[in-house]
Design a binder for this molecule. Sequence first.
Ligand code: SF4
Length: 507
Amino acid sequence: MQDRNVAKTQQAPKSTVLILGDQINRDIASLSGKSPLETRILFVELGTKVQKKEWHVQKVHLLLSAMQHFAEELRSEGYEVDYRRADTLRDGVSAHMDAFEVANVIAMEPMNWNGKRVLEDLNVELVKNNQFLCHYEEFAKWTTTKNKFRMEDFYRWQRKRLDILMDGVTPCGGKWNFDHENRERPPRDGREWPQITFFENDEIDDRILQDLDGYWGAPPKGVWPVTRAQAHIRLDEFVNGALTAFGPYEDAMLSKEWKLAHSVLSSSLNIGLLHPREVVRAVENAYTNGDAPINSVEGFIRQVIGWREYVWGLYWLWMPEYKSENFLDADRPIPPSFLEQGETDMSCISRAVDHLHEFAYTHHIERLMLFGNLALTSGINPQEMTEWMHSRFIDGAEWVMLPNVIGMATFADGGKMATKPYASGGAYINKMSDYCSDCVYDPKKRTGDKACPFTSLYWDFLARNEKQLSGNPRMGQQFGGLRRLSDLGDVRTRAVDVLAQLDEGTL
Ligand code: SF4
């Protein structure tokens, strides 16, 4: 009798758990309570992504390597794993269903809007995504109590309800925000910045790399963790080696330093190797143990439970319309200076493109105040900008790039997210970096051949978009400045040249 029951169980079709490339964690909700006896695993390597040669090679390697390492991990637990390549997710799931007798297909909700629609169409059973501390439905509920969805309000709400960095009902250190301590100029003393481990390739990596020909960027050098164990090493390195310096220098830029004291944990968080809860707790413990100052700890925690979760919530709240917003009718293509190394005399952009080429990464100020700022003031199309950032940055994903580009960098949503455009001239870059000292342009000049393109374009941007922006109460000072400019005609003449040179790749 007992034997007959066992035989019956073994013959019953298994369920399939589909694991997506950004769900690389044993604790994802779709694997909860599952066992190899009744569950098969499906991974689909997407040809539509893998074959895009304009993607950074380190990003393609990371996605494939993390998936293949996780597939091995699950095989070693006894799971039958169907790891297949297909042009699309739809093709991959359909081919799997044809190849196996499948009871049902289960997946955790995808991170992106389109992926969710595809899986719903295929009748895949979706379980709630558990990779964030605030699910987007919870975020949507939070917005129903607000007229304006300010990040600061959301962040404080998260701190209180999750009891993170709280001393009872008051914030640790007595304040919610220590930003004013976190705007130090870059030190010019040639100091050493925290070192990170460069992980060695294994057989899986070597096999993947053999097939990755013709992609953009420098080959992988082991910077980006592909397993959870590597991601933990990187987390420890940040907490014990870089966290203290992170806060003061989080906005600083140095031409010879690609990461300064940034955590470089974003790719591990975005593909699921690390959960934000464990990252935040490790950082909070460093403060509680007296190993890191409050300004660094609060600044980092704000990025993770504030900004990161806020953009995830807004993405789901406003998709799909949000994707095509273009409030300022910006239609310039991505300039050659962003696309290849050595294509510009602008020292800041040139160095940032070098960082991007070498590491598939620049830190948030280089993204916002260099690439984003130039995209905004020159009028680069926000959809093209999103696509470019998605393809070149190691941590790029639609949910994170869309709000950051459409909302934050290019003001393409007309102020739904940011209260004003983040436009700035060369003075800010000169203050916060060492780029201008060896640049052919002068950040203080706004007219003439040596004028800093950022400075000329800043004023031209205000003049060009006065109709759409002058009613913004937070921009009164900027437009006051514009009206006082005695040489606006010359500035705009210079801006015409700058824009033409930007398009030609001769700037
Ligand atoms: Fe960049 Fe202008 Fe400074 Fe040159 S002068 S590095 S273009 S901000």
